[in-house]
Write a protein that binds this ligand. Structure first.
Ligand code: PLP
Length: 486
């Protein structure tokens, strides 16, 4: 059996005998569903025994495997490798930092030029809408820091602050640590670890495919969402709410579900009306992935706190950050003046050198413009090839971040039986001969238990030829899987 114990958030998890926490059912749409009947339940055993393909090298858009095969990485890993693999400029920046700069510094006492430069670059990228950068090592850690900062913001202003509640969304994923998973709405990922520690309350996601009424305009759909958030504030007591947390474009949990125009602005209005903060999690959707450096820039608003990660270091180093608004910083300055937090591997010069070079390349090579151009082509080609497919219910996304949602019946949007593991089948087929391409699978799309999707998230260096190849290969793999199923 393999010695490397990989986690697989979507595909493994729970068997009550393994976790022994007594969680056997999760409650979905008024029904108790046995955990053993979820896609996670099915895949536990398969996952634990599985040998993963071994990658020996990565170059550009391709992964090279130990069996000699070459795999087109159409997902940039988990929407991370925005520059592709093995970019010599980033490797050189890391090497320079390791050989002639400082490889490690304890960030509680020291700083480095390169970390300062990175922060300057990041703040400039927000058009100075955000004013400070808190560096960390992963998206989950950044979320933890953002949650603590938001809570501290209120206690700095009023030691007796009644603000103890968070409002987050169904069908969301914010990380795997207890705090970050505690505010995540992805049922199957949460279930084995219930109960969580914090006061978290949920509202529905902004999921037009399954929630928009026939003929409903963007304005009325958004107004419905704002009313729902307002009602949640009223139910909890508006003076008790710390923050509303959302992914502007939902990644792994729902498969690239973008906000409906006007939604982020409307949510921000509700939060600010009640003095609560808006936290945007752009760990997966940010740093250019959706066609603007930050997704909120497309909506013309700014959050109070924002997390970024994957495209920040492009996979060359583990690095994430919280971008902090002036409003939150001021409360800290005027209050205790300290954020009692920190981790050993945080703000490391070598991490900063990698991220700085990745961001400079993005800017110098005008890659976010390429994301917009190639993203439009990917959308058009996917819709041409799969728009009429009877089992492709929805094709949605933004920039180079696209999801396909699979359904058994297109008219009723009825999903497949989770036992069929449709998304996993598409993934397994795509990475096999003759397709040799990654497609990122996800389950629980409809209600946390039922529903399948896959994500495509090509690199920002993709050419029109690459994009057409990706769309054609995706369509061929999808056609093959559903031809077998029907
Ligand atoms: N937030 C979002 C939106 C994510 O997609 C992820 C990871 O996929 C995280 C947070 C957690 O990031 P990490 O896996 O780096 O801890």
């Amino acid at each position: 059996e393999p010695l490397l114990f990989n986690s697989e958030t979507d595909n493994c998890s729970m068997k009550k005998e393994v976790f022994g926490n007594g969680i056997t059912n999760i409650h979905v749409n008024g029904k108790d569903i046995s955990v053993a009947d979820t896609p996670n339940g099915f895949q536990m055993e398969r996952h634990m025994k599985r040998e993963f393909p071994v990658v020996v090298a990565g170059k550009g858009n391709y992964l090279h495997l130990s069996d000699g095969r070459k795999i087109l990485d159409a997902t940039s890993g988990a929407a991370v490798s925005c520059l592709g693999h093995g970019d010599q400029r980033v490797i050189d920046a890391i090497t320079r930092q390791l050989t002639s700069g400082t490889p490690y510094l304890c960030s509680s006492y020291w700083s480095s030029d390169v970390a300062q430069e990175l922060c300057k670059e990041l703040i400039a990228g927000t058009d100075k809408k955000m004013s400070r950068v808190y560096l960390s090592g992963s998206g989950s850690e950044a979320m933890e820091a953002a949650l603590k900062l938001s809570r501290q913001y209120f206690f700095e202003k009023d030691k007796a602050s009644p603000r103890v509640n968070f409002i987050a969304r169904e069908g969301s994923y914010h990380g795997n640590t207890i705090g970050a998973l505690g505010v995540s709405g992805h049922l199957a990922r949460r279930a084995p670890y219930e109960p969580f520690l914090m006061n978290v309350h949920q509202v529905s996601a902004c999921y037009a495919y399954r929630q928009r009424h026939d003929g409903e305009s963007d304005e009325s759909f958004v107004a419905r969402k704002a009313d729902e958030l307002e009602a949640k504030f009223q139910e909890l007591g508006p003076e008790t709410v710390i923050a509303f947390i959302c992914e502007p474009v939902v990644g792994a949990a729902l498969g690239c579900v973008p906000y409906v125009p006007g939604y982020l602005r409307a949510m921000r209005e509700v939060c600010h009306r009640h003095g609560a903060l808006l936290i945007l999690d752009e760990v997966m959707s940010g740093m250019g992935r959706c066609g603007t450096l930050h997704v909120w820039q497309d909506e013309g608003i700014a959050p109070d706190l924002q997390t970024i990660a994957k495209g920040l270091g492009g996979g060359y180093q583990p690095i994430a950050a919280v971008l902090i608004s002036e409003k939150v910083m001021k409360a800290l300055y005027n209050g205790s003046g300290a954020f009692v937090h920190g981790q050993t591997y945080q703000g490391m010069p070598v991490q900063a050198a990698a991220a700085l070079e990745v961001q400079r390349i993005n800017r110098k090579d005008n890659l976010i413009e390429n994301v917009r151009v190639q993203g439009a082509l990917l959308e058009k080609t996917l819709k041409e090839l799969l728009g009429d497919h009877p089992n492709v219910g929805d094709i949605r996304g933004k920039g180079l971040f696209w999801g396909l949602e699979f359904v058994r019946d297109k008219a009723t949007k009825e999903p497949f039986d989770p036992k069929l593991q449709v998304a996993q089948q598409v993934h397994d087929t795509a990475i096999s001969e003759p397709f040799n391409m990654t497609m990122y699978p996800g389950t629980g799309t409809m209600d946390g238990v039922r529903g399948d999707h896959i994500i495509l998230a090509p690199t920002y260096i993709s050419t029109a030829e690459d994009i057409k190849h990706i769309a054609n290969t995706a369509a061929a793999a999808v056609n093959q899987v559903f031809a077998k199923l029907s």
